[in-house]
Design a protein around this ligand. Structure first.
Ligand code: DGL
Length: 271
């Protein structure tokens, strides 16, 4: 069996990149639902439906374990997928998300005033607040939705002066709250972590999900030999997209490096 990584589009490639760095030997299947991206402004019902489609597809591709690299999918659907859907349909397979790895880092840093930025759906779901409060009830959490960041990053406009102004606007309320740490609760934000750091201030500890998810996945596999022993280790990588377009190819290179040469490296599917 393989490890599946799912995202609403291409942002999850940056999470996969970190996972591969830490766990290079496993076989991976990536699915980007770029025909329906962005998920960030959609309702919980639709996000759950789309996530279920993706999980079904990856299980059919023989994934024994799936990482929902998408924060929006993780915060809106992971609990339900684990409790209702997996239990009923695939009791011996696993689906993990990106919220818990970031939350565990909050504990490691002993953060007291935690900022969270993400899409509208992620922020409205309050998933980060719920998960942080469960383990660190004294922590104070301040959230801010940053809907303009995903399109700007996907356009590759990360050196644009406009991005700096938008970040200043989004981060100002969190700065006022004197946060000591900031969770980048969206697949894309890790790519502009240094810009976020320079605006929020160097004393604020930035929690990026790619690295945390990779480290926690390694831990998870060490603690679950019953899953680990089923996983193939041929270093195979497969990439599926729901819309094969030039933009995705260009951005895939930006997110995952030169592995993508042309369309032959991506397979189009309909889910
Ligand atoms: N992948 C999404 C996330 O991490 C961002 C893009 C979207 O809105 O679909 O929340």
């Amino acid at each position: 069996m393989k490890i599946g990584v799912f995202d609403s589009g291409l942002g999850g490639l940056s999470i996969l990149r970190e996972i591969i760095k830490v766990l290079p030997d496993y076989d991976y299947v990536y699915l980007g639902d770029n025909a329906r991206v962005p998920y960030g402004g959609r309702s919980d019902k639709v996000i759950y439906q789309f996530t279920k489609n993706a999980v079904d597809f990856l299980f059919k591709k023989n994934c024994g374990l799936i990482v929902l690299a998408c924060n929006t999918a993780s915060s809106m659907s992971l609990q339900r997928i684990q409790q209702e859907y997996l239990a009923k349909n695939y009791p011996d397979r696993r689906v993990l998300g990106v919220i818990k790895p970031a939350v565990e880092k909050v504990g490691e840093l002993q953060a007291k005033r935690v900022g969270v930025i993400g899409t509208y759906a992620t922020v409205n779901s309050k998933a980060f607040i719920r998960e942080i409060k469960k383990v660190y009830p004294k922590a104070q959490i301040f959230q801010k939705a940053c809907p303009l960041l995903v399109p700007i990053i996907e356009e590759g406009e990360i050196d644009w002066i406009g991005l700096k102004l938008i970040l200043e606007k989004y981060l100002a309320p969190l700065k006022k709250k004197k946060i000591d740490s900031l969770i980048l609760g969206c697949t894309h934000y890790g790519l502009i972590a240094n810009k976020i750091q320079s605006i929020i201030g160097k004393d604020v500890r930035i929690i990026t999900e790619g690295i945390e998810t990779a480290i926690k996945l390694k831990d998870y596999l060490a603690r679950h030999p019953e899953i680990e022993f089923k996983l193939l280790k041929n270093k195979a990588r497969e990439f599926y997209v729901t819309d094969l377009n030039l933009r995705f190819l260009k951005m895939a290179r930006f997110f995952l490096g030169k592995k993508f040469r042309n369309f032959k490296d991506l397979t189009f599917i309909s889910i």
